[in-house]
Unconditional design. Structure first.
Length: 277
């Protein structure tokens, strides 16, 4: 049997977890001052309320090597394990899982840097579940998953740059801080898995247009998802526009998780997609 461990920033839908008992979620942790809360027990509202009220950055921490090893220990020794981790561009979760895998002594364990987050990680999870259903070997599934991660594209228009600045995860977008007022940058994860700037625009509408252009530049796409943080109107507008471009494809909408809210803040809307092979 193949078991899948995926971190909490994926926000795997409860019905998917219920339908597939071989999926386990390992949580990241948020610190609200001196209070440490697993992401699975927190909420977007709590994160944004705390940050706006105190002006403090909420620190996040990856699962420890011990956390991974304990979870690995719940899986029968002869079963395979696939770990899907949030992009290494913003978190050390992937590196921690790699270290744990080496220490575990297991022969069938694969750790994948998803090079994305949120709905993008769920898209990769769907790929794995399909491959398991089709009877592929552990080695083939692992190989296909690593290749699929390289095809992931993540773009978003943040409502504010303040959260990225406070958290120090702004990467190559650092030059935007203190620049022209009212700029609405389009942020993306580049080929080096770094937070980077795709475009600098003045309005959310123009930011959406650039993301849609990026989507078309990378067509055809296998899976497409919309993610937002307290911006349902923007998410719906994006979904409608993407659906017009791809009428035969399901375009899913999901909310970001508390950790993503700590990184990125409210008002975000983005497109995350997997390019076709």
């Amino acid at each position: 049997m193949i078991h899948i461990i995926i971190d909490s920033t994926a926000a795997v839908p409860p019905d998917m977890l219920q339908a597939h008992p071989n999926i386990q979620v390992i949580p990241l942790t948020l610190s609200f001052g001196k209070e440490y809360v697993p992401e699975t027990e927190s909420s977007l509202e709590k994160v944004i309320d705390f940050t706006e009220r105190t002006g403090e950055n909420i620190k996040t921490s990856q699962p420890s090597t011990g956390d991974f090893l304990r979870l690995f220990g719940t899986v029968p020794k002869d079963d395979g394990i696939i770990v899907i981790a949030i992009t290494s561009g913003v978190s050390g979760t992937y590196n921690g899982a790699v270290l744990a895998a080496r220490q575990s002594g297991r022969s069938q364990i694969t750790v994948v840097n998803s090079r994305t987050t949120a709905i993008g990680m769920v898209q990769l999870l769907e790929d794995v579940l399909e491959d398991i259903e089709n009877g592929l070997s552990f080695e083939d599934i692992s190989d296909r998953l690593n290749k699929a991660a390289l095809r992931m594209r993540t773009t978003f228009v943040p409502g504010t740059l303040e959260y990225l600045r406070r958290g120090g995860r702004i990467g190559k977008a650092a030059g935007l801080i203190g620049s022209i007022l009212n700029i609405r940058p389009v942020i993306f994860l580049n080929e080096k898995d770094e937070v980077d700037v795709l475009a600098k625009v003045r309005t959310e509408k123009k930011g959406f247009a650039r993301m849609l252009q990026f989507l078309q530049e990378n067509a055809p796409c296998r899976r497409i998802g919309i993610v937002h943080i307290e911006n349902p109107e923007g998410a719906k507008a994006l979904q409608d526009q993407v659906q017009k471009l791809y009428p035969g494809q399901t375009v899913t909408v999901s909310t970001g998780t508390p950790v993503l809210a700590a990184y990125l803040g409210p008002g975000l809307a983005g497109i995350i997609f997997e390019k076709a092979e």
